[in-house]
Design a protein around this ligand. Structure first.
Ligand code: ZN
Length: 158
């Protein structure tokens, strides 16, 4: 009836890239580097969903050697992951995700991210939890070298 999965992702912060989190562009001096738009939150969420169904990870589904995914909108990839899960007979029960970033402040953007994710997944916003924290200036997130994200996904049979 239910299956649970976990996802984790990290991207490096660099100059002259847009910062995209949860499908929205957040004004900041730096952005995340990656083959796609490097939306670390959505990547962790997708890995949690795929993990729940033992379908591997997003690197398996969308190889970064494939030019098709260069600069890809991660929300489009997320839409595809939702489709694949439905095809396997599962949809999101609920998602709980945490973004770890020293800067910028993410609190003002959290609701928009939740709405975005729920809209694409075709579920209620109450099923999608996004939280943000810092690591108290410790480690690579604390030193603003990168942003990481964790997610768990509970998938339920349709
Ligand atoms: Zn990623």
């Amino acid at each position: 009836m239910f299956r649970i999965g976990h996802g984790y992702d990290v991207h490096k912060l660099v100059e002259e890239r847009k910062l995209i989190l949860g499908g929205i562009e957040i004004p900041h001096t730096h952005g995340l580097l990656g083959h796609s738009d490097a939306d670390v939150l959505i990547h962790a969420v997708m890995d949690a969903m795929l993990g729940a169904l033992a379908l591997g990870d997003i690197g398996h589904l969308f190889p970064d050697t494939d030019e098709k995914y260069k600069g890809a909108d991660s929300m489009k990839l997320f839409e595809e992951v939702c489709r694949v899960c439905r095809e396997k007979g599962y949809e999101i029960g609920n998602i709980d995700a945490t973004v770890i970033a020293q800067a910028p402040k993410l609190a003002p953007h959290i609701e928009k991210m939740r709405e975005n994710i729920a809209r694409v997944a075709g579920c209620d916003v109450s099923q999608i939890s996004v939280k943000a924290t810092t690591e108290e200036k410790l480690g690579f997130t604390g030193e603003k070298l990168g942003i990481s994200a964790h997610s768990v996904a509970l998938m339920k049979r349709i």
